[in-house]
Design a protein around this ligand. Structure first.
Ligand SMILES: NC(=O)c1ccc[n+]([C@@H]2O[C@H](COP(=O)([O-])OP(=O)(O)OC[C@H]3O[C@@H](n4cnc5c(N)ncnc54)[C@H](OP(=O)(O)O)[C@@H]3O)[C@@H](O)[C@H]2O)c1
Length: 461
C-alpha cells in the first residue's frame, strides 16, 4: 500500500486497536467480501453478526461459513432484507436483541456495473444506486439516534476516487457513500468510507479476465488478508474516507492521463516517460523486438502489411478477442471498444515493439488500424534512414546482385565510379563544404564531365 499521507504532527500514543462488540450488521452479508469480514470479525470475538441480503440464508456457501465458524463464540444470524426497502430494514433492526445492541454497521451491498456511458438510462442508474446509495441512506436515517453505534463502515470503490470506464452509475453510487461519510462526521456521527481497489480471490472483480484487466492498468488485486488488516487499521484510526489500493505507479498514471491530465494523480507521482512505460509493459528493451527484425528483412510493401497485422493482433489481444478478424483495418478503435485505458496499453505495446516514442493519444490521432499503420510505417521509414541494420541489409542486397551482374566494360567503369563517389561521400562526413561544392559541380555536369571528374579524383579503375 502506497502514498498514505504522512501525519503532520507525530502521534506518540498508538490508538487502541478497534474490537467488535454487541451486534454487527453486514449488508450484502452473503457476498464475497462480507464473507472475509465475517470470518475476521468472528476471530476478533464479535458476539453477534447479522448477515443480510435479498437471497439471505439461501445464498450459496452460507451453511459452510456458519459451520466453519461454529467453534468460535460468535452467533451468526443470516436473514433476508432488501436494503433499498425502508420497511424491511426497520423490521430487521427491531429484531436486534437489547443485550447485544447494534454497535457496528458494515454496508457492502451493491451490484457491479459494466455499461458504456452513452447507454446509461434511468432504470439502469436506479438499479445501481438503490442497494448502495439508497441502502446507505436508510441505514443512516434508521440508526443515527442509536447511541451504541460506534462504527459505520461503507464499502466504496476506487471508481469513486479516480473514475472507471463503463462504471458511471457505480462511480456515482460510491461517491455518494464517501459524501455520506463526510456528512455523518460533520454531525458527530461515526463513519468510515473505504474506497477499495479490486480484491483478489473472490468478489465482483476477481475473475481471471477482471484481474488481468486491472493488473494491466496498474491495480494489483488486494490479498483479502491484507485488505482486512487495512480495514482494521482504518477503524482503529477513525478514518472518514480512505482509498485502499495496491498500485503499480509505473503503469497506473499513464492509463488515466491518456486523454487529459489528472490533477489527482499529478500530486502523487509523475507519469513515466513513454520509453520507460514501453519497457515496463514488454519487460524487454524496445530496440531488440522481433517486429524490428521482421521489418528490417522486408520490402516497404511488405512492411505496410506487417505493421497493420501487428496492430490488429495487439489490439485483438488487448480487447480479449481470439482472432484479428475482430479488428477490421478501417473500423475506428473507439467503435471496437477502446477506451483511454486500453488506448494507453496499445500505445505502450506498440512503443515497445517498434522502439518509437509514441504519444498516449496515438489512437485518437490515428483513429483506425489502417491509419495508424500508415503513420507507424512512415515513422519507421524515417527511423530506417539512420539505422545500421537497414544500411547493411542494403549492402548485402548489392553484394548479392552485383555478383551475378552481366555488364560490359564501359558500364562497369561507370558503376565503379559511382561506387567510389558513394564511398567518398560516406567517409567524408567532416568536410561538408567541399562535398556540397562537389555536389553542385555534379548537378551542373554532363555525363562526360562526370567521367572526367571520376578520373581526376580517383584515377581510372
Ligand atoms: N470485490 C471487489 O474487489 C470490490 C472492490 C471495490 C469495491 N467493492 C464493493 O464491495 C462490496 C462487496 O463486493 P463483493 O465483491 O463482495 O460483491 P458480491 O459478492 O456481489 O456481494 C454483494 C452482495 O450485495 C447483495 N445485494 C445486492 N443488492 C442488494 C440489496 N438491494 N439489498 C441487500 N443486499 C443486496 C448481494 O446479495 P443478493 O443479490 O442476494 O441481494 C451480494 O450478497 C460492493 O459494494 C462493491 O461495490 C468490491
Amino acid at each position: 500500500l502506497h502514498h498514505t499521507p504522512t501525519p503532520t504532527t507525530p502521534n506518540t500514543t498508538p490508538p487502541t486497536p478497534w474490537k467488535p462488540t454487541g451486534t454487527t450488521l453486514i449488508t450484502g452479508g452473503t457476498g464475497a467480501l462480507a464473507t472475509h469480514i465475517t470470518r475476521w470479525l468472528a476471530h476478533q470475538g464479535a458476539p453477534h453478526i447479522i448477515l443480510t441480503s435479498r437471497t439471505g440464508p439461501n445464498a450459496p456457501h452460507t451453511q459452510t461459513l456458519t459451520q466453519e465458524l461454529n467453534h468460535l463464540n460468535t452467533t451468526i444470524t443470516i436473514t433476508t432484507c432488501d436494503i433499498s426497502n425502508h420497511n424491511q430494514l426497520q423490521q430487521l433492526l427491531n429484531t436486534i436483541p437489547t443485550h447485544q445492541p447494534l454497535t457496528t454497521i458494515i454496508h457492502t451491498a451493491g451490484i457491479a456495473e459494466n455499461t458504456p456511458f452513452e447507454e446509461l438510462d434511468l432504470p439502469h442508474l436506479d438499479a445501481v444506486l438503490r442497494p448502495k446509495s439508497l441502502g446507505a441512506l436508510h441505514l443512516h436515517e434508521l440508526t443515527r439516534e442509536m447511541k451504541d453505534v460506534s462504527a459505520f463502515v461503507l464499502f466504496s470503490s476506487g471508481a469513486a476516487t479516480w473514475g472507471g470506464s463503463h462504471q458511471g452509475a457505480y462511480a456515482a453510487a460510491n461517491t455518494y457513500l464517501d459524501a455520506l461519510a463526510e456528512h455523518r462526521r460533520a454531525h458527530g456521527l461515526p463513519a468510515t468510507s473505504i474506497a477499495w481497489a479490486p480484491w483478489a480471490e473472490s468478489g465482483m472483480a476477481a475473475d481471471d479476465a477482471a484481474s488481468a484487466y486491472y493488473s494491466r492498468r496498474g491495480m494489483n488485486p488486494l490479498p483479502p488478508e491484507l485488505a482486512v488488516k487495512a480495514l482494521h487499521q482504518a477503524l482503529t484510526h477513525n478514518d472518514t474516507t480512505i482509498t485502499i489500493a495496491d498500485i503499480d505507479w509505473h503503469k497506473f498514471p499513464a492509463s488515466f492521463t491518456a486523454q487529459r491530465p489528472s490533477p489527482l494523480l499529478a500530486h502523487l507521482t509523475p507519469a513515466p516517460a513513454p520509453a520507460a512505460a514501453a519497457e515496463v509493459t514488454s519487460g524487454q528493451p524496445a530496440a531488440t523486438s522481433a517486429l524490428a527484425q521482421q521489418l528490417a528483412d522486408s520490402t516497404p510493401g511488405q512492411q505496410q502489411q506487417i505493421v497493420l497485422h501487428h496492430i490488429q493482433t495487439t489490439a485483438a489481444q488487448i480487447l480479449g478477442h481470439a482472432s484479428v478478424d475482430a479488428v477490421p483495418a478501417t473500423q475506428p478503435f473507439q467503435d471496437l471498444g477502446f477506451d483511454s485505458l486500453t488506448a494507453v496499453e496499445l500505445r505502450n505495446q506498440l512503443a515497445s515493439s517498434t522502439g518509437l516514442d509514441l504519444t498516449p493519444a496515438l489512437i485518437f490521432d490515428h483513429p483506425t488500424p489502417k491509419e495508424l499503420a500508415d503513420f507507424l510505417r512512415e515513422q519507421l521509414a524515417d527511423e530506417d534512414v539512420a539505422s545500421e541494420g537497414r544500411l547493411l541489409t542494403e549492402l548485402d542486397r548489392w553484394d548479392a546482385v552485383s555478383e551475378s551482374a552481366d555488364v560490359d566494360e564501359a558500364a562497369r567503369r561507370r558503376i565503379t565510379g559511382r561506387l567510389q563517389l558513394l564511398l567518398a561521400k560516406w567517409s567524408d562526413t567532416g568536410r561538408e563544404t567541399d562535398r556540397s561544392a562537389a555536389h553542385s559541380d555534379l548537378e551542373a555536369a554532363s555525363a562526360e564531365d562526370i567521367f572526367d571528374l571520376i578520373s581526376d579524383e580517383f584515377g581510372k579503375s
